[in-house]
Design a protein around this ligand. Structure first.
Ligand SMILES: [Zn+2]
Length: 340
């Protein structure tokens, strides 16, 4: 992976240089229609604003938009939250609707899910120098485990130390919520972040679907925006629940950009891993942390083949390199000069 880094880095900078010329600034550019108490944007307005081809393709409920320059691609499904942005799965907060021959997409998803990815340069600049890494669990809280003696708390610390080493080499200052097998409460973790000079917070975990042995793949969580229910939650399935603002909602757009870049690099660096997408949750560490924050679930210990891969240190090096690559890309965006 690292051998190819200079190439991808230069490509990214070239895209950024091109993209910064496209700024149009104004945030309030969409007319909205109100359906069941929520605002929606017409897909044709969205296509025009983000310079997608005017003639998108619709195959049943699947709608695909491409930009003329091909590097932007958006795939949505009517009545489903499952959405693909430039090849990365993202679970929307609200399913797009079809109404009177128009496709409607939630205004909150346009502003807080799609815009930070389709206009990365418009996400407000917040310097990134110090990264706090949070290895999940520890001490009496061992997390989940796999059939072959893999224990989540050990694997998260191992992965965190690999991430730390690579980020230090890249010149970042690193803080860790733990460096040993010690118990730290969730409140302590977010408190450590809030009282430090951490610019971003990255929590590392491994997953389990026990007793179901099937699920596998990588997913990255960021905080659910106010007013919506979390991905796959009971409330979301029933279409109920209204939730207020949390500390972490101040960083909604940053959270999404960071999650997107890390998930994208994880998929690129680990081609065997399934893309389970970017999901929304109100886990304590990403809810209470007043910094751009994500939580990475880097694979399932309850899936035999994935557990076997995760037990291999070479694979964990690849996981770490991909996470670091995503963080570096996020920092490159945030540390680049604002242009307006
Ligand atoms: Zn965990």
């Amino acid at each position: 992976m690292r051998r190819f880094f200079p190439f991808t880095w230069i490509t990214w900078l070239m895209l950024m240089a091109w993209a910064t010329d496209q700024v149009r600034g104004d945030e309030e550019v969409f007319n909205t229609v109100r359906v069941k108490g929520r605002n929606y944007v017409n897909l044709s307005d969205l296509a025009r604003y983000y310079e997608f081809d005017r003639n998108w393709t619709q195959d049943g409920l699947n709608v695909t938009l491409r930009s003329k320059l091909k590097w932007k691609k958006l795939g949505i499904k009517i009545n489903s939250r499952d959405c693909m942005v430039n090849g990365v799965r993202i679970w929307l907060n609200d399913a797009p609707l079809e109404s009177r021959n128009s496709v409607l997409i939630s205004e909150v998803d346009v502003r807080k899910t799609l815009d930070p990815i389709l206009r990365v340069w418009a996400v407000p600049k917040r310097r990134v120098r110090t990264v706090m890494i949070d290895p999940g669990h520890g001490g009496e809280d061992k997390g989940t485990d796999g059939a072959h003696n893999s224990i989540e708390k050990r694997l998260t610390l191992d992965l965190a130390l690999r991430v730390e080493r690579l980020l230090k080499q890249a010149g970042f200052k690193i803080l860790m919520t733990r460096r040993a097998d010690t118990y730290i409460s969730l409140e302590d973790r977010s408190e450590q972040a809030n009282s430090s000079d951490a610019d971003i917070f990255v929590s590392l975990h491994f997953n389990s679907a026990k007793p179901n042995p099937q699920p596998h793949g990588i997913e990255t969580f960021c905080l659910t925006p106010a007013g919506f229910s979390s991905t796959g939650s009971f409330q979301q399935r029933l279409g109920i629940g209204r939730f207020g603002e949390e500390a972490g909602n101040e960083s909604d757009r940053h959270n999404m950009l960071l999650a997107y870049l890390v998930q994208q690099r994880l998929l690129a660096g680990l081609p065997k891993a399934e893309d389970r997408g970017i999901k929304r949750a109100r886990f304590h560490v990403i809810k209470a942390t007043k910094r751009p924050s994500i939580l990475v679930e880097a694979g399932f210990l309850s899936h035999t083949a994935e557990e076997k891969r995760i037990r291999d240190p070479v694979y964990r090096n690849k996981l770490a390199a991909a996470i670091v690559d995503g963080i570096k890309k996020y920092a490159a965006v945030m540390n680049s000069p604002a242009k307006d």
